[in-house]
Design a protein. Structure first.
Length: 391
């Protein structure tokens, strides 16, 4: 919210004094000031109600009144939610340090001997009102910001819920799958999926859009839907290199609000146990086979949308029976430790290659490890990881 958007506020003066002639004298002092609205309350027992009605920016209050002790009224103004922050100038008939001290201790902001000089009175009214109006406008801006942040949080939560709704259900059988998806506090652009292309070929993919927020989530959802529906023109979805090249032409960053994404895309052929794969700027998938043999599966190509005409080549790996494949985003391992160091990919890959825990709570183990590294439950980037087990 800019300064121009804040509510314009007038200077509003409330005088509380049992002497009508003082009320008239102050009125005459202020009558020539068009930006100052003047209100007078002769009965101090009605002062709180009057203040609540007119919402003054400064209160002038006598200390000696028959109906109520002036210091008591000062304390009541300070105790009331609607007047506790309103600047209060006490008026006294004499310059008495003890009375001044008691007034300030009770909550007064200033002290004047009545009747004060007109120029001085107006200067103090303007000074105190300006500070109070600035406080009101600051609070107004903070409240607008709070509402905006709440609305943004709601949008992010709804977007995260939608991303989660399009993620695939776990599979069991000749290929078993499991995954963890923990959206960051500002929602990154992670999304992933897998499905059978036909009865022989099984596609696996995970992508990560640059940046955060609803825009990044929308781009990731669009790309996932294209892959899931196999709607890229003239593309053999069994060939990862072709798929990435087609995605690159479809999602050029200048058409996507300057956003690009990284991706790992693989296709497992059941009969030959060959895994074809390609990656565009994405971390390697990790294949763990024969107990603890680790292979990093990655092809070194640009991110999707970076440059038109980019060609992506397909690489291959053999997947022995009993292997497990991890596909993940950089949010799983680019973690800042409590001491300030950043976890290395090598350390994360070593974690993936460790023997499986009893009960096979593997992804829980990885998630808990990541949280222990950063020392908190939430992540600055999306935490996304898939595990696929091959019979």
């Amino acid at each position: 919210m800019t300064q121009e958007n804040l509510t314009d506020r007038r200077i509003i003066v409330l005088l509380v004094d049992d002497q009508a002639m003082i009320g008239e004298a102050v009125r005459r002092m202020l009558v020539a000031e068009p930006d100052i609205a003047y209100h007078y309350c002769q009965d101090p027992t009605q002062a709180l109600a009057k203040a609540a009605q007119i919402q003054p920016t400064v209160i002038l209050q006598d200390l000696v009144m028959p109906q109520m002790d002036g210091m008591t009224l000062v304390k009541e103004f300070r105790a009331h939610p609607q007047t506790r922050d309103v600047p209060l100038i006490v008026l006294s008939t004499k310059e008495d340090p003890k009375v001044k001290a008691e007034g300030f201790a009770s909550g007064a902001n200033d002290y004047l001997v009545k009747l004060p000089d007109r120029i001085e009175l107006i200067a103090r009214i303007r000074y105190h009102s300006k500070g109070y109006i600035n406080l009101l406008q600051r609070n107004e801006a903070y409240e607008a910001l709070r509402k905006s942040q709440a609305a943004l949080a709601q949008e992010l939560n709804e977007a995260a819920a939608y991303v989660r709704s399009i993620l695939p259900a776990p599979l069991r059988g000749e290929i078993s799958t499991s995954w963890k998806f923990i959206p960051s506090t500002s929602l990154g652009g992670d999304a992933f999926g897998y499905h059978w292309l036909d009865d022989r070929f099984f596609a696996i993919y995970l992508l990560d859009v640059c940046g955060h927020g609803v825009g990044a989530a929308l781009l990731s959802i669009s790309a996932i839907n294209v892959l899931r529906s196999q709607s890229l023109p003239a593309t053999d979805f069994r060939d990862p290199g072709q798929v990435l090249a087609a995605l690159n032409e479809t999602f050029q960053m200048e058409k996507q609000n300057d956003m690009y994404f990284t991706i790992w895309y693989g296709v497992f052929e059941k009969s030959t146990r060959r895994l074809a794969y390609a990656s565009g700027g994405h971390p390697p998938a990790v294949l763990v086979s024969n107990g603890a043999q680790v292979s990093s599966l990655r092809t070194p190509f640009l991110s999707i949308g970076s440059m038109t005409g980019t060609q992506f080549k397909t690489a291959h790996a053999v997947v022995p029976p009993g292997s497990r494949l991890y596909v993940f985003s950089d949010g799983t391992y680019e973690l800042t430790e409590k001491g300030g160091a950043v976890l290395e990919l090598k350390t994360f890959v070593e974690l993936l290659s460790q023997p499986l825990p009893e009960g096979d709570a593997d992804l829980d183990r990885i998630l808990n490890y990541a949280r222990s590294v950063i020392g908190q439950a939430g992540f600055d980037d999306d935490f996304s990881i898939m595990r696929l087990d091959f019979v």
